[in-house]
Design a protein around this ligand. Structure first.
Ligand code: ASP
Length: 348
């Protein structure tokens, strides 16, 4: 797109609270169509931007999001990529961090913004946060640098004044407007009187002439084992050794620690020996796994568990889906899990 041409954005509406209203019969929130959002936020028509919309059918509460929806989203972005300067995805907040993480891996060589946003209160409610979120998302998705290149050529979540890398974001609050955080990576921008971009943290666009490379093949055979005091041998065995999973994310304590009981270590070793991909991610909101600090972490490392570093669980899950969809070779997936593919982990 030339620098002087009006920017064009594709606004993809998938559902979520932003576009819901109360069903008078049962009192629950249900999605309504996009024309009503546009009516409620006429400000988006004031930007020097052409906004086209694509509405998913059916519109969904994001608790119903499935990987097939990510495939639909990625395909839509691929098929319309050349026509637009940026993309906005209106999405429910509950699983937004999963979807943004997944898209960050699926959209290879992305050179344009894909901004996920939504709201805690429907856009038709007087105190809604949806208006500001949507208006700022439009501004960010159409922002260009001095050379006319997209300011933020990556998948992001914009929420309550913060622009975050999608695969670093987590939903941390179910009722405050400040619902998302990026605990292990600085925000990419902050919206105040102006939108201040933290350029040193924003991903560089791929070199000119590189084309978008969309991966839609996902292998979803991943389970999550969250450790807790009192967890039983049967539960651990069922999740770690179950035939249904190719990989298990173990949500450990602190810096990546787990019980040292013999039965626990034996089951982990048995699962690892069977070739299963076992990834260690911490239950802590911030900080990284380091299995070399405590004996309790070392035992996992020795058994063959790989380091998830400071990955969020959402991002780790999406990365496994993506890498396992690319290759049937578990050993290769284990190696690639340790690479920083899309700014999702910090390796020092
Ligand atoms: N349940 C809603 C959803 O995730 C919540 C929201 O959008 O805030 O679709």
């Amino acid at each position: 797109m030339s620098q002087n041409k009006k920017a064009a954005l594709l606004l993809i509406y998938t559902g979520g609270t932003i576009g819901m209203k109360k069903d008078l019969q049962d009192g629950t929130l249900k999605p309504f169509d996009f024309s009503q959002i546009a009516q409620q936020v006429p400000e988006i028509g004031q930007f020097a931007v052409d906004i086209h919309t694509h509405t998913f059918d059916p519109l969904i509460d994001s608790s119903d999001v499935e990987p097939s929806m990510w495939q639909k989203l990625a395909t839509l972005i691929r098929d319309s990529y050349d026509q637009y300067d940026g993309f906005i995805v209106l999405h429910g907040t509950d699983t937004m961090a999963y979807s943004a993480s997944a898209l960050s891996f699926m959209l290879g060589n992305l050179g344009k913004p894909v901004i996920f946003t939504g709201s805690q209160l429907p856009v038709g409610v007087p105190r809604t946060d949806g208006k500001e979120n949507l208006i700022s998302a439009v501004e960010i998705a159409s922002a260009k640098d001095e050379a006319g290149r997209p300011m933020v050529p990556e998948v992001c979540v914009y929420f309550n004044s913060l622009l975050m890398r999608g695969n670093r974001s987590v939903k941390v609050n179910s009722e405050e407007f400040s619902a998302f955080r990026s605990p292990n990576y600085p925000p990419l921008a902050q919206a105040g009187i102006t939108i201040k971009y933290n350029r040193e943290y924003i991903m560089k666009a791929p070199s000119a002439g590189t084309s978008l490379d969309v991966a839609t093949s996902l292998d979803t055979r991943v389970s999550i084992l969250k450790l807790h005091p009192g967890i039983t041998r049967e539960v651990v065995r069922h999740i770690l050794c179950g035939k249904e999973s190719r990989a298990v994310i173990i949500e450990t304590y602190g810096a990546g620690n787990a019980p040292t009981k013999e039965w626990f270590t034996d089951i982990v070793a048995e699962a690892a020996a069977s070739g299963k991909i076992l990834v260690n991610v911490t239950q802590c909101l911030s900080g990284s796994v380091d299995m070399s600090i405590y004996a309790t972490g070392k035992a996992l490392q020795k058994a063959g568990v790989i380091n998830g570093y400071d990955s969020t669980t959402e991002s780790c899950l999406a990365k496994l889906f993506y890498l396992m969809g690319k290759t049937a070779d578990n050993e290769l997936v284990k190696v690639l899990m340790g690479n920083n593919l899309k700014g999702e982990i910090s390796i020092f």
